[in-house]
Design a protein around this ligand. Structure first.
Ligand SMILES: Cc1cc2nc3c(=O)[nH]c(=O)nc-3n(C[C@H](O)[C@H](O)[C@H](O)COP(=O)(O)OP(=O)(O)OC[C@H]3O[C@@H](n4cnc5c(N)ncnc54)[C@H](O)[C@@H]3O)c2cc1C
Length: 288
């Protein structure tokens, strides 16, 4: 099916894009890589009268080091760039790993981090990594810049804390503490590549080798992507060489409304979630 007719606008600055958003209001949609938006338009699940292409805005591109440590990743950074950017692979290896899992090479070459996070597909890979990294989303709107913690960003099915008149401009990722390891583990839908279940784990050990902190981001199994707070708390202060990891992993599905659909039943996702969490935590602890 073809999309409904729309007027195309190319913004060359963030201010220009915000002015267009303000002008056309709910009739407008931001266009980044188009890899989620165009299928939505072709299926006529959305019929915006105006598309605002932000793809040429240079201020939204690139990865830079933050003064206090950590990195700022521009919203237009493609999935492929995330897999090989030296700052990302050093400061946020779990994001590089999750980005390498996105779709195929064509999707990774066009799709952007900002687009994936703003679209907030329940089966997208990067939300799990962003949650485990405790990243901060930078949104810009008419009232200026707003910082949204990753744990408050994903609010439901294809919905986020972004206001309709805001653009996601960047993601800030804090510096990794010493003795930190991470891992993203995924069971992919063999047709689309999306996550049936995806788990990102970050583990920081104290000087005695005990778990100082653990963060676990879950995608695919639940809507929206979430942090597995109970399992994280269960690991604090524990030596990770004993049975602590399987015990914590078994806690992850508890109390969650696990998805069941034609790709995988609820029971199957529940078991895979436990298994992948265990795998991600073991890999993260080994790298810490
Ligand atoms: C065949 C195929 C396979 C795929 N497989 C996977 C997979 O395995 N794993 C996975 O995670 N993803 C997968 N994807 C999705 C892919 O990652 C998309 O690129 C991504 O979800 C959207 O990024 P985009 O830049 O293309 O955004 P667009 O499609 O341009 O935009 C998506 C939505 O976000 C909004 N938006 C975009 N940028 C911004 C911004 N900066 N601020 C505010 N709103 C914005 C748009 O208005 C739109 O509503 C797949 C896609 C395809 C087509």
């Amino acid at each position: 099916m073809n999309p409904s007719p729309f007027q195309y606008h190319r913004a060359s600055t963030i201010d220009e894009a915000l002015a267009l958003l303000d002008q056309f209001g709910s009739e407008a949609k931001i266009l980044a890589g188009g890899h989620s938006l165009l299928p939505v338009l072709k299926l006529r699940l959305a019929e915006p009268g105006h598309l605002i292409d932000i793809g040429e805005i240079s201020a939204l591109k690139g990865v830079t080091e933050l003064a206090g440590g950590g990195i700022r990743v521009g919203a237009l950074t493609t999935h492929e760039d995330l897999t090989r950017d030296p700052l990302v692979t050093r400061h946020a290896p779990v994001l590089a790993q999750a980005s390498a899992e996105v779709g195929d090479r064509q999707v990774r070459n066009r799709g952007t981090l900002g687009g994936a996070l703003a679209h907030a597909d329940a089966a997208a890979d990067q939300p799990a990594a962003i949650l485990a990294l405790d990243a901060v989303m930078i949104a810009q709107g008419p009232a200026g810049e707003r910082r949204i913690p990753a744990s408050e960003f994903f609010t439901g099915f294809l919905s986020t804390a972004l206001e309709p008149d805001e653009i996601l401009t960047a993601v800030e990722i804090p510096a990794l503490p010493a003795r930190t390891g991470s891992s993203y583990q995924k069971l992919a839908n063999q047709a689309s590549g999306y996550a049936i279940v995806g788990v990102a784990a970050m583990v920081t050990l104290d000087p005695d080798g005990r778990c100082e902190s653990a963060r676990i981001g879950v995608t695919g199994a639940v809507t929206p992507a979430i942090r597995a707070a109970t399992a994280e708390a269960a690991l604090a202060g524990k030596a990770l060489t004993n049975g602590a990891i399987p015990v914590a992993a078994a806690l992850v599905p508890n109390g969650l409304d696990i998805l069941g659909d034609l790709h995988a039943s609820e029971e199957y996702r529940r078991r895979v979630l436990t298994g992948l969490t265990e795998r991600a935590l073991r890999a993260a602890a080994a790298g810490a």
